[in-house]
Design a protein around this ligand. Structure first.
Ligand code: SAH
Length: 204
């Protein structure tokens, strides 16, 4: 997976590659889907949701330029896999999940695999961020929104990075926003298709 799906497509951050090699992705997919755990695609995890394609998890992590010191917010814990990856790259991760059963699943997966020491799963609508843990050096949003939610930009530290898929329900671009000296710069990393962000300022 790391060679064929990540390195060949331009993932260069050694810490991201090491984290993705280390974390057992098969532990984060349903038992019956284990054979597909390392395929180049999202995999269903129940409640109509998916664990993101490995490349997308790696690309988002790389775009956040983590060094190990950061306080990170993830919106959309799902299986907990991306949170485990971020947890290896940053000091602390808070991941918010709107579907209660998935919050339970993420917690169980993180605990069973031992990646829960610096990762906290919070129930709630992450479209409003999670102000109790703010400000965040980096924010990763695992579900697509029509616009960048203002609350997330407010809770982003200066300097800080925010990665989020923005677009329509069918078709989005992965935007990477950088807050620095009070200004926001935005670039598009790639085209993508994520599950929709619910509640908050997403689609209802
Ligand atoms: N990071 C996950 C991918 C999960 S897919 C992983 O590695 O497995 C996106 C997740 O976002 C889904 O679990 C969905 O329930 C959740 N979600 C959607 N809207 C949300 C919101 N407003 N707040 C928090 N989570 C949300």
């Amino acid at each position: 997976m790391v060679d064929a799906q990540l390195i060949r497509r331009g993932i260069r951050d050694e810490r991201v590659l090491a984290a993705m090699s280390e974390i057992p992705r098969e532990e984060f997919v349903p038992t019956e889907a284990r054979v597909t755990a390392y395929t180049d695609a999202p995999v269903g995890i129940g409640s109509g949701q998916t664990i993101s394609q490995p490349y997308m998890t790696a690309l988002m992590a790389q775009c956040l330029k983590l060094t190990g010191e950061e306080q990170v917010l993830e919106v959309g814990a799902g299986s907990g896999y991306a949170a485990a990856v971020l947890g290896r790259l940053a000091r602390e991760v808070i991941t918010v999940e709107i579907v209660p059963e998935l919050a339970v699943l993420a917690r169980e997966n993180l605990r069973r695999t031992g990646f829960d020491a610096n990762v906290q799963v919070v129930d709630g609508d992450g479209g409003w961020g999670y102000s109790a843990g703010a400000p965040y050096d980096a924010i990763s949003v695992a579900a697509a929104a029509p616009e960048v939610p203002a609350a997330l930009l407010e809770q982003l530290r200066d300097p800080g990075y925010l990665a989020i898929p923005v677009g329509t329900l069918e078709d989005q671009e992965l935007r990477v926003l950088r807050k620095r000296w009070g200004r926001i710069q935005s670039r598009t990393a790639t085209l993508c298709r994520f599950v929709p962000l619910r509640g908050g300022e997403g689609w209802r």
